[in-house]
Every structure is written in structure tokens, then in C-alpha cells.
Design a protein around this ligand. Structure first.
Ligand SMILES: CC(C)(COP(=O)(O)OP(=O)(O)OC[C@H]1O[C@@H](n2cnc3c(N)ncnc32)[C@H](O)[C@@H]1OP(=O)(O)O)[C@@H](O)C(=O)NCCC(=O)NCCS
Length: 155
């Protein structure tokens, strides 16, 4: 399938709120995402095919660190590489903005997400007990980014 990645825009927010709910990402509303689109440190992208948004991801760039905020793919499209595409796109954004590391929190029993993040090079760097409202703990994961400069000099 031909999927296009692009910046999230205001007209996407109705669908984004639906994905938030279908993927059980949390309780953010269209207003929360509107705030994010206007937040100067936030970077949000969507994966779209034939004008249908299949997933999205977002992060905050704080000085030289990126905090992953959201990653969600519509249930029917999970397992087809979209999560990987979205995470790679955030990687590129972070490297372009000269960030040095990425961090995130993930529910300790979210196997799919844990596997995705490990595949993308994240390692577990800490644990927060009872972090989520349902009592589950969070794994803190970190990834050190290699700058474009360092990549070139390795070749
Ligand atoms: C986590 C999520 C974003 C992954 O997106 P995706 O499009 O399914 O991911 P991909 O197809 O690119 O798969 C990436 C990796 O995830 C893992 N994965 C995918 N499906 C899996 C499954 N059913 N069981 C276990 N691991 C799985 C694999 O390691 C896979 O890599 P591989 O295909 O090379 O083996 C998606 O499952 C999702 O939206 N889940 C609900 C929301 C959520 O949990 N978001 C993260 C909150 S921290």
C-alpha cells in the first residue's frame, strides 16, 4: 500500500480523536490535539493512504531531547509496518533538529509497543510502578540518537 507521511493539520483532528479512542491511547480530545498542533515544541505526523488517516505519532522536542507522546495505528492496519514508518519519521525529525536522545513511557504489558520500540533501538532505562490509572506500571525507554555528521564519518 502507498502510504504518505505528512504533518498533522487541524482538519485531521476528528479522525485523530477517533484513533485515540480506538487504540486506547488515552483520553485526549480534539481540543487536546489542537493545543498540540499549536504547541511550538510539538511535532505530529500522520500516515495517510487514499485520504484516509491510518495512524499518527507525535513527540515533543525539548532542547536536545525528544519525548515520544503518542503512537497509534488503526487496529485493522496494525502489523503492516505503519508503526515502524511513523517511528522512523520521528527519528528523522529528531536528528534533523540535532536532538541527542529520545525517551518514552510504555505500559509494561503492551507487548506490541514494547516490541516496536525495541526494534527501533530503544532500551528499557527505568520503571515506574502504578504509573497508569489502571495500576499498571510503565517502562521508561531511551534511545541515543546518532547525528548525521557521526553517521557520515562512520562510512
Ligand atoms: C504499537 C503500535 C503503534 C505498533 O504499530 P504497528 O503498525 O502494528 O507496528 P509495525 O507493523 O510497524 O510492527 C513493528 C513491530 O511491532 C511488533 N509487533 C507488531 N505486531 C505485533 C504483535 N501482534 N505481537 C507482538 N509484537 C508485534 C513487532 O516487533 C514488529 O516488528 P516486525 O514486524 O519487524 O516483527 C500499534 O500496535 C498500536 O497502535 N497499538 C495501540 C496503541 C499503542 O499501544 N500505542 C503505543 C502506546 S505507548
Amino acid at each position: 500500500m502507498t502510504v504518505v507521511l505528512r504533518k498533522m493539520k487541524i482538519s485531521d483532528l476528528y479522525t485523530i480523536e477517533k484513533i485515540e479512542s480506538l487504540c486506547q491511547l488515552g483520553t485526549w480530545t480534539m481540543d487536546s490535539y489542537l493545543h498540540e498542533i499549536r504547541n511550538p515544541i510539538a511535532r505530529y505526523i500522520v500516515a495517510e493512504r487514499d485520504d484516509q488517516i491510518l495512524g499518527f505519532a507525535g513527540a515533543w522536542c525539548v532542547v536536545d531531547e525528544v519525548q515520544i507522546m503518542k503512537v497509534g495505528v488503526l487496529p485493522n492496519y496494525q502489523g503492516s509496518g505503519l508503526g515502524t514508518m511513523l517511528m522512523r519519521a520521528l527519528d528523522h525529525i529528531a536528528i534533523d533538529e540535532q536532538c541527542k536522545q529520545m525517551t518514552l513511557e510504555v505500559k509494561e504489558n503492551n507487548t506490541k509497543a514494547l516490541n516496536l520500540y525495541k526494534k527501533m533501538g530503544f532500551v528499557v532505562s527505568g520503571h515506574r510502578s502504578h504509573y497508569y490509572p489502571d495500576g499498571m506500571g510503565a517502562e521508561l525507554m531511551t534511545k541515543i540518537l546518532i547525528s548525521k555528521q557521526a553517521r557520515k564519518s562512520k562510512k
